[in-house]
Write a protein that binds this ligand. Structure first.
Ligand code: SF4
Ligand code: SF4
Length: 113
């Protein structure tokens, strides 16, 4: 089964992805600094997501078709904790919202069997 996120990427092109600057450190996730922008003294955002029509610059491929995160091993905490709907058995309204915005139907339990 292809993981639904590999055919989606909607959340990476819909929300601002912000996190503490320390996540760029080697002892944390080593988020590449060049792919971030500063939004406050202590907070960074993934470059491209702090704009009216967000689109993370680490996103490679076509949203809704074939997509991947180019820094998957080094992605920040918000990306690690954002679960697709029903992967853990629970609906994620924000996943649904992002998918609907991109013209995709929300995930259901049947997407995980
Ligand atoms: S860092 Fe990767 S997972 Fe996070 S928003 Fe960007 S493309 Fe998506
Ligand atoms: S919107 Fe949901 S299904 Fe799409 S990539 Fe994000 S978590 Fe995965």
């Amino acid at each position: 089964m292809i993981h639904p996120c590999q055919k989606c990427g909607a959340c990476c092109a819909y929300f601002r992805v912000s996190f503490h600057w320390s996540e760029t450190l080697p002892e944390s996730f080593s988020v590449p600094i060049a792919l971030t922008e500063t939004i406050s003294p202590h907070t960074l955002a993934m470059r491209g997501t702090n704009q009216p029509e967000p689109y993370c610059q680490a996103l490679v491929g076509v949203v809704g078709e074939n997509i991947k995160c180019d820094i998957y091993e080094n992605r920040p905490e918000p990306c690690r904790t954002f679960l697709p709907s029903f992967e853990d058995g629970f609906q994620n309204d924000r996943c649904d919202q992002a998918r609907l915005n991109k013209g995709l139907v929300a995930l259901s339990l049947s997407d995980w069997v």
